[in-house]
Design a protein around this ligand. Structure first.
Ligand SMILES: Cc1cc2nc3c(=O)[nH]c(=O)nc-3n(C[C@H](O)[C@H](O)[C@H](O)COP(=O)(O)OP(=O)(O)OC[C@H]3O[C@@H](n4cnc5c(N)ncnc54)[C@H](O)[C@@H]3O)c2cc1C
Length: 474
């Protein structure tokens, strides 16, 4: 019998595991997919929001600023790419000037540090490429950009190193209430747990309905993006937002931590989770972005992708018990990525208040470091290659990723077993050719390092097999 079982290992489940691994309790994470962070956590704007958007009385308002401050510390400890580049919300009309003022006041109430409303002259100094039709902007220097999947992965790895058990390929199918807690029926056996945390993202409604009649109404809402080549990566220096509307924070333009430019998203309600791109969605994004940054060159697009928000009818996070020992962390739309560790901290407090004994324990592992070959000096590179010649073999030419780094990914705390698993850990395939050249090499390396049959290697989620058979004898 485990003390706490977390269902789902996106950034919310990973943050919960990370925080709870600092207490003397047993924790198991059940994840349906073959890797962590394959859901909404891998497909979003990757912004650690400063915290002026949510209403102060909302949970999001209370947790965003704290979560963002924690994210900065966690990324430093766990070696996660993070850059505090600041954000700007542009105003294009008198009415939007009022919105900017309201956001400023809300931000001050939420405790966002160093917020300012800046005039066009200052805006043009900070951002020469924004439209000259902008009137003023809200400047939030604490906003940051992050690698969202590595953030979740790093927290999950640290949790595992500190005793949390992670079960991949384990889809929760039913939950039965027992005398001491719950019996969880999965695609990979049965688990007993005293407490459950539901962090199943867009599917949290189905998990909640397994124990409670009180509905959680998730409305999947797709957001589509352009990811542009590094040639466009310096088009802007900050995260550039337009004024938010009822359907969200609007289309943004931002550098990414990898040096690319991200443009999007739109907002389209769906019947179910669907991450396909659409001509209509992309056209909307393309037209909207020109309002804030007219000269952005969308012909430099190297990939389109879409993420699905777990919107609800409450307009806030749902952090509440659905049963006496079953805690929902549901409806984690934006700023869920930013608030994740603060949400986890709140979850721990709520478990404690409900009677779970949570005694802090010193963590065995507090830091994480990995080789990022491309970022090393020439002498550091030579030293590394002398120790291990695999760091001298470039596999992903676009991003200068070495065989040594891919081997590291295959043997990391939560090992990569798919091509996108390697991409999430080592960035191979992130560049201009999007894995066109390196994917076959990556498949070979995974097969060799993990002792897997090459035909069983998948691109990403379960079922995404790449090879159908051999064309030549062994
Ligand atoms: C378009 C878009 C833009 C966004 N931009 C930002 C932003 O810039 N900043 C920000 O702060 N937030 C942003 N967000 C929100 C942020 O991405 C989410 O809050 C966050 O990723 C939610 O994480 P999660 O762990 O709840 O969900 P997920 O990452 O989806 O994880 C849920 C996990 O549960 C697993 N699961 C589901 N069902 C089961 C089951 N039956 N059994 C076991 N496991 C199961 C899934 O496989 C998945 O791994 C954005 C979201 C979208 C869609």
């Amino acid at each position: 019998m485990t003390d706490i079982t977390i269902i789902g290992c996106g950034v919310i489940g990973a943050a919960a595991a990370y925080v709870l691994s600092g207490y003397d309790v047993s924790v198991t994470v059940l994840e349906a997919e073959n890797d962590v962070a394959t859901g909404t956590t891998k497909a979003n704007s990757a912004i650690i929001h400063a915290g002026y958007d949510p209403e102060p009385q909302s949970l999001a308002g209370q947790l965003n600023v704290r979560g963002s401050a924690m994210a900065k510390e966690i990324c430093a400890l766990l070696d996660v790419p993070y850059k505090q580049i600041g954000s700007l919300v542009l105003s294009f009309s008198e009415e939007e000037n009022e919105t900017v003022k309201k956001l400023y006041e809300r931000g001050v109430k939420n405790g966002v540090p160093n917020l300012e409303i800046i005039d066009l002259e200052r805006l043009r100094t900070l951002e020469p490429n924004v439209s000259d039709k902008a009137l003023c902007a809200l400047y939030a220097p604490t906003a940051a950009i992050v690698n969202p999947w590595e953030y979740a992965l790093a927290m999950a790895e640290n949790a595992v190193e500190n005793g949390v058990e992670l079960k991949l390929n384990t889809k929760v199918q039913a939950i039965e209430k027992t005398e001491n807690g719950y019996k969880i029926h999965t695609s990979n056996g049965e688990y007993e747990s005293r407490y459950i945390i539901n962090a199943a993202g867009v599917h949290a409604d189905k998990i909640s309905a397994m124990v409670s009649d009180k509905p959680v109404n998730i409305i999947p809402c797709r957001g589509e993006y352009y990811l542009l080549d590094k040639s466009e990566g310096k088009r802007v220096n900050h995260v550039i937002f337009q004024c938010p509307t009822k359907s969200g924070k609007g289309v943004l333009v931002s550098p990414t931590v990898h040096g690319n430019l991200i443009v999007g998203p739109n907002a389209e309600n769906l019947e179910s989770e669907d991450t396909a791109n659409t001509a209509k969605g992309l056209e909307f994004v393309a037209n909207s972005v020109r309002k804030s940054v007219p000269n952005v060159d969308l012909r430099a697009s190297i990939r389109n992708f879409a993420g699905v928000r777990a919107n609800t009818d409450t307009d806030d996070f749902i952090i509440e018990f659905a049963d006496d020992k079953f805690l929902n962390l549901a409806g984690m739309k934006s700023p869920g990525l930013s608030a994740a560790p603060a949400i986890a901290e709140k979850a721990a407090e709520m478990l404690k208040e409900s009677g779970l004994k949570l005694v802090p324990k010193p963590k065995k592992v507090t830091q994480r470091r990995k080789v990022r070959f491309a970022e090393l000096s020439d002498s550091e590179k030579s030293e590394l290659i002398a120790k291990n010649p695999l760091y001298g073999k470039i596999i992903c030419r676009c991003e200068t990723i070495t065989e040594g780094e891919i081997v590291d990914a295959c043997h990391s705390v939560i090992p990569a077993t798919t091509v996108d698993g390697v991409k999430r850990r080592a960035s191979a395939g992130m560049g201009r050719c999007q894995g066109g050249f390196c994917s076959p090499r990556v498949v070979d390396i995974i097969a060799r390092e993990r002792g897997m049959d090459i035909l069983s290697i998948q691109q990403d989620k379960q079922g995404s097999f790449i090879l159908t058979g051999r064309t030549k004898g062994e």
